[in-house]
Design a protein around this ligand. Structure first.
Ligand code: AMP
Ligand code: GLY
Length: 427
């Protein structure tokens, strides 16, 4: 079968590498892809959000199955358009993608179905948001743009001054555009964060191994929020006991309620969880694989991903037995100097072979171009270097060893991925 993977980052590279292991996959296109992905798939220059272009390409090239990986085409309804054209795909339709695209909506949903989450209020005008914050006078306060904001729409205000500034930038200056028409103001939760990705076909939910992202740019969780600087899987803090509770209080109720709401979720559902002293709570739902969570979860997946995607599409996930390797995985993101603010690109990358890989690790390309067989940087997050190990310390040692073999001007990576989780799990 011929596959088309929509997107062009490290997550898409991880999906493609896993699909390539399947005997039923004979050809993979990726749109738009990137320099490193081109070693594993045929890249086509169509923007990930170009729904018409994507459907047209899929029809012309007799694509059998489309995997829509990023949030924006899902929220825009790419899966609906593919369905209308009679093309099989993986990912939620527009109605189900609203669980990520509209935070006000997902908060109301969680309240209605008693799914544990931070207490909150929703506001459509800045003056009432500010007077609520003043009245509550509880800091830190969490202020979120309701719509999609490239993972940057959450501001944690330490005092009233910062809170007012946050409301102003989101709702009046509109730095996230219409995504800031509404804000959600919520209670500040504490505890370790865990991500659980789960396959869902609207009836059955199959959680994958847990993972943990590191969102801040610098060591010690300092610096600005980024798309994610590194991941580990599984999280040593996510115990069997917590899992059982999440299954009962969060995962099953969410999938059942989505279906009850007439928005059955088919695809990969991302549960962003906070393990608070009062039990696990949902910070956010995303409607897709996490990036860079996919870069540690998928390498541990033993079951054929293409078969799972078929089962999700045909709503027979209950028949699947999905298994994972028992070891651990760690992914270190190598970013351009300056990311997530301004940075230079076009620097040659040394240490990689002709396929953009190196021995004893897997290099997922996020922001690279290939020029005459050599790789150069082309984005903020450049590479995700993943290695496995029998346990987490070993996986981390293996991936850091691999990172040391790669060089480009200004390369920046965190040296403490997984450190806090390891410390906290030892108590
Ligand atoms: P999100 O874009 O929803 O993933 O939020 C970005 C980050 O903000 C999360 O990973 C958390 O670290 C933090 N965050 C979001 N909501 C809360 C909350 N209610 N309490 C504490 N931290 C939060
Ligand atoms: N790594 C966070 C996300 O994909 O949303």
């Amino acid at each position: 079968m011929t596959y088309l993977v929509v997107g062009g980052g490290g997550r898409e590279h991880a999906i493609i590498r896993k699909l390539k292991e399947s005997p039923q996959v004979s050809q993979i296109y990726c749109a738009p892809g990137n320099g490193g992905i081109a070693a594993d798939a045929q890249c086509v220059p169509i923007k990930a959000t170009d729904i018409e272009g994507m459907v047209g390409f899929a029809k012309e090239h007799a694509v059998d199955f489309v995997v829509v990986a990023p949030d924006d085409p899902l929220v825009l309804g790419m899966v609906d358009a593919l369905e209308a054209a009679g093309i099989r795909s993986f990912g939620p339709n527009r109605a189900a993608a609203e669980f990520e695209g509209n935070k006000a909506f997902s908060k109301e949903f969680m309240k209605k179905y008693h799914i544990p989450t931070a207490d909150y209020e929703i506001f459509s005008d800045p003056a009432s948001a500010v007077s609520y914050l003043r009245e509550k006078n509880q800091f830190p306060a969490v202020i979120k743009a309701s719509g999609l904001a490239l993972g940057k729409g959450v501001i944690i205000a330490q005092n009233m001054e910062e809170a007012e500034a946050a409301v102003k930038t989101i709702m009046e200056d509109k730095i996230f555009g219409a995504s800031g028409d509404q804000v959600v103001i919520e209670e500040f939760l504490t505890g370790p964060e865990v991500t659980v990705l789960a396959f869902s076909d609207g009836h059955t939910v199959c959680p994958m191994v847990s993972s943990m992202d590191h969102k801040r740019a610098l060591d010690g969780d300092q610096g600005l929020n980024t798309g994610g600087m590194g991941t580990i899987a599984p999280s040593p803090l996510y115990t069997a006991e917590i899992h059982e509770r999440c299954m009962k209080e969060i995962f099953l109720p969410t999938v059942q309620a989505m279906t009850a709401e007439g928005r059955p979720f088919k695809g990969c559902l991302y549960f962003g969880l906070m393990l608070t002293p009062n039990g696990p709570k949902v910070i956010e739902y995303n409607c897709r694989f996490g990036d860079p969570e996919a870069q540690v979860v998928l390498p541990l997946l033993k079951t054929d991903l293409a078969e799972i995607m078929d089962a999700v599409y045909e709503e027979r996930l209950a028949e699947m037995e999905i298994t994972f390797l028992s070891g651990s995985a760690a992914c270190i993101i190598m970013a351009s100097g300056g990311y997530p603010q301004s940075y230079q690109t076009g620097y040659p990358i040394s240490g990689l072979d002709r396929n953009g890989q190196l021995k004893n690790a897997t290099v997922y390309h996020a922001g690279t171009r290939c020029e005459g067989g050599f790789y150069v940087t082309s984005g903020g997050r450049v590479l995700g270097v993943t290695a496995l190990g029998d346990d987490l310390p070993q996986a981390l040692a293996n991936s850091y060893r691999a990172v040391k073999g790669i060089f480009f001007t200004g390369a920046h990576y965190r040296r403490d991925i997984g450190k806090r989780a390891l410390e906290e799990s030892k108590g």
